[in-house]
Design a protein around this ligand. Structure first.
Ligand code: ADP
Length: 801
């Protein structure tokens, strides 16, 4: 037994290993450099013996003492020795079996040790098989996750059927620290060793998985930031190609500064900044960015915080209104009252002013004067033909080319939050399937709601409560009712001839002379010339055409002055046609002679008061009543009432009781393009029909207005002032008005009243007596036309010239 032990206990040279460990069954190449180690190799070679290889406990030590060296190691056999270029030895050794150093026999020139073999404790066949199987599976999994095991290693392992060998080979290949490998080397129980290797493997697998995940994440991050960088560079290049802004101050920054400056209220500001942030993330040239940019431009350009200071001084306001306008005493007075109340109440709440009158009577220019008097800015929008709610309130931004509505546009133009805001032609609002603009306007004009006016485009509310709204209309009855209720109507009915001449000489001529770069010494337009222009070149209630005609004279004068032909021009009634051409209107439209079947009606159209001839022709027929000239239903009914009245009066008029069954009556009111309606032509039609039926002419120079009832009563009508002015303008000498309109005569300027013969009537009989030449009812005889009709002739009686 002791012999056997001795045989086992042999002495060998020792090769201390740094950083490496040799397992039995493994062939490995080592570089040997340390003198003691080289000696050990040389001894082993010289004596043809194996050598002991043990790992150092610490790798730092160059000259290890026995205590620095693990006692358990591997006995190996040197297969090859070669010298390297650096003078070291390169040896190839194969591990043979586990040994343990029992003593150091010599320390110089190399360590000589005596060793004992370490015997492994082997498992049973079945256990061995299971261990091999699980080691193999585990190792394959390990190879799968690490991917850095060479294929040959895997092949070399697959052939091993003994668990101990397998453990050693696997341990040799996995990168674990030397102390751990040492532990495996020292473990003689193969089952224990196998468990340790399995543990190590599963730990390594887990680590490798973790590493893989981390690697993947790191790689992804790198990839993403690289991708973004690359894309940004690409975008910059594209933008440079497209000529977009380069690296200058960022657009978003500019917007932020503008937003700060514009003084937006909190909610609007928040909104705007959100949009800027959105804009930043968009490619600059994208369609979406264009939309956002336009929106932001709108937001920052609105006068959120700009207020002009009011000067409400009634004296001053009066002075300015007088400076800009001739006459208009009542409207001016009403405006001053309105301003005074605003000053007293201190709040901008209250009814909205609405100027109603025909074109050119100074509605817009009164609005401008109010702005001037208050020291406010002035904006004007026209509502004529607005039929879409979006024109007031804007389109939502989802529409292509959407914009804010006219209110917000007007405010931007005004550049202040409290301008005088004139809305023209509020009576021309229309409504259809696109919504009701009047409803939107209600919100604009309502002081209870308009501090939060929301435009569809802006999406944030704008405060309109400081705005002073003024509206204008040509006639008040076509203004939507709910709007009219909120307004204080001021009527501007039109001017008399004298007033027009005054306005012309005091305001229009000086204004036009200046506008055309002339001086008063270049051009004089005499009053008689102005009168001629008013009479023969214009027919209007206002002074717009008068202004145009004066402008024409100024243009021609300017041409002459510049050409050096003339230095000074004086326009009189005699030479006015040299500048304005042949007269456009015949003054005194009334015929010079009495006519049958024609009488003059007084009417109010959008263009002011006017006179309209009413023509009637009677032909043989079956009692048909035809009405032409774009007459409305009310007017047609009033023609029927007139005929019924005449039927009831047939005996007095000397007509056959059944005259209406034998004739057709055609009533025509020319100037067909203008729609006409209303009952006020009732007495005129009755008069013309009576004249046509009886053949008695209507006296010339006579015009009339009044509603007729079936029994011939004459009812009052509206627009008396405008109508009388129109009659005066047209050169009529006598006007018949309903008695109940007597109170309206006060409105008529005294010079007009003096020049006209105004008759007030209560009954149609009075009208016939006054109007028909040769007397009225009771005295009327049967006339030639009726005689003619009876005899079967067609007689047209309306065109006696
Ligand atoms: P509207 O708005 O009623 O159609 P505008 O205000 O445009 O009429 O008036 C047309 C022109 O006539 C303007 O140049 C205006 O200054 C002038 N005008 C009208 N009425 C007067 C007036 N009473 N005094 C002086 N100028 C007047």
């Amino acid at each position: 037994m002791s012999e056997a032990r001795d045989a086992e206990r042999k002495s060998y040279p020792l090769l201390p290993l740094r950083n490496v460990l040799v397992f039995p069954g493994i062939t490995i190449s080592l570089e040997v450099g340390r003198p003691k180690s080289v000696k050990a190799v040389e001894i082993a070679r010289a004596l043809g013996m194996e050598l002991v290889m043990c790992a150092q406990k610490s790798t730092d030590i160059t000259d290890p003492l026995p205590e620095h060296i693990y006692a358990v190691g591997t006995l190996g056999i040197i297969k090859e020795v070669a010298k390297t270029a650096s003078g070291n030895l390169r040896i190839v050794v194969e591990g043979i079996r586990r040994i343990e150093i029992s003593s150091y026999l010599a320390l110089e020139p190399a360590y000589m040790v005596s060793v004992e073999d370490l015997h492994e404790r082997r498992p049973g066949v079945e256990e061995n098989r299971i261990l091999v199987k699980s080691l193999m599976e585990q190792y394959e999994e390990y190879v799968g996750v690490t991917r850095n095991v060479p294929a040959e290693t895997l092949i070399s392992i697959t052939g091993i059927s003994e668990a101990g060998r397998l453990c050693d080979t696997v341990a040799n290949h996995i990168p674990i620290p030397i102390p751990e490998k040492q532990e495996l080397l020292e473990t003689v129980s193969i089952i224990e060793r196998a468990e340790m290797v399995l543990d190590v493997l599963s730990r390594e697998i887990e680590l490798a998985g973790l590493e893989k995940r981390i690697n993947l994440r790191v790689r992804r991050q790198i990839e993403r930031s690289q991708k973004e960088y690359w894309l940004r560079e690409q975008m910059k290049a594209i933008q440079r190609e497209l000529g977009d802004r380069g690296d200058g101050p960022s657009e978003a920054e500019e917007f932020r500064q503008k937003i700060e400056k514009a003084g937006l209220p909190d909610d609007a500001k928040e909104r705007a900044l959100r949009e800027v942030a959105r804009l930043e993330k968009m490619p600059q040239a994208s369609a979406e960015a264009v939309v956002v940019r336009t929106y932001l431009e709108w937001l920052v350009s609105l006068p959120w915080n700009v207020l002009t200071e009011d000067t409400i001084d009634i004296e001053h306001a009066k002075k300015i209104l007088d400076q800009d306008h001739y006459g208009l005493d009542e409207p001016k007075e009403r405006i001053l009252e309105y301003l005074a109340i605003r000053k007293l109440v201190g709040k901008p709440k209250g009814p909205i002013l609405c100027f109603v009158g025909p074109p050119g009577v100074g509605k817009t220019s009164l609005g401008k004067s109010i702005a001037r008097a208050l020291g406010r800015r002035f904006v004007r929008i026209s509502l004529g033909g607005v039929r879409d709610e979006a024109e007031i309130r804007g389109h939502r931004r989802t529409y292509i080319g959407a914009l804010p509505g006219r209110i917000i546009q007007g405010l931007r133009n005004a550049g202040s939050k409290n301008p005088v805001f004139l809305m023209d032609e509020i009576d021309k609002l229309a409504s259809d399937f696109r919504g009701d603009p009047a409803a939107a306007l209600l919100e604009v004009l309502d002081p209870e709601q308009n501090h939060q006016f929301s435009d569809h485009y802006l999406e944030v509310p704008f405060d309109l409560s400081k705005v002073m709204f003024i509206t204008t209309a040509n006639s008040s009855h076509s203004i939507p009712r709910p709007l009219l209720d909120r307004m204080e109507v001021i009527n501007l009915p039109g001017y008399t001839e004298e007033e027009k001449i005054e306005i012309g000489s005091q305001f229009l001529v000086p204004k036009m002379v200046k506008e055309h770069g002339l001086t008063p010494s270049n051009l004089t337009i005499r009053r008689d010339a102005l009168r001629e222009i008013v009479r023969s070149y214009t027919r209007e209630a206002g002074v717009r055409n008068l202004e145009r005609q004066v402008a024409t004279i100024c243009r021609k004068t300017a041409k002459d002055v510049v050409a050096g032909n003339k230095k000074r021009v004086i326009v009189t009634s005699r030479n006015v046609n040299k500048y304005l051409g042949i007269p456009k209107f015949r003054y005194g439209q009334t015929e010079k002679e009495d006519q049958v079947g024609v009488s003059l009606a007084l009417a109010v159209t959008e263009f002011g008061g006017d006179i309209m001839p009413c023509e009637v022709s009677v032909v043989k027929g079956k009692g048909k009543l035809t009405l032409t000239g774009q007459l409305g239903d009310v007017m047609k009914e009033s023609a029927q009432a007139a005929v019924s009245y005449l039927r009831s009066r047939s005996a007095d008029l000397g007509l056959e009781p059944d005259f209406y069954e034998t004739v057709d009556i055609h009533v025509h009111i020319p100037e067909g393009a203008i729609p006409k309606d209303g009952p006020s032509a009732g007495i005129t039609m009755a008069c013309a029909i009576a004249s046509a039926l009886t053949g008695k002419p209507v006296k010339h120079g006579l015009a009339m207005t009044g509603e007729i009832t079936l029994r011939g009563r004459v009812l009052p009508v509206g627009g008396v002032k405008e109508k009388v002015l129109a009659a005066h303008r047209a050169g009529v000498s006598k006007v018949i008005l309903p008695l109940d309109n007597k109170k309206d005569l006060e409105d008529i300027p005294s010079n007009v009243r003096n020049e006209l013969d105004i008759e007030l009537v209560a009954h149609m009989d009075q009208v016939l007596t006054m109007a028909l030449a040769g007397g009225g009812n009771g005295e009327l005889e049967t006339f030639a036309c009726l005689e003619g009709l009876k005899q079967g002739q067609d007689v047209a009686v309306n065109h006696v010239s």
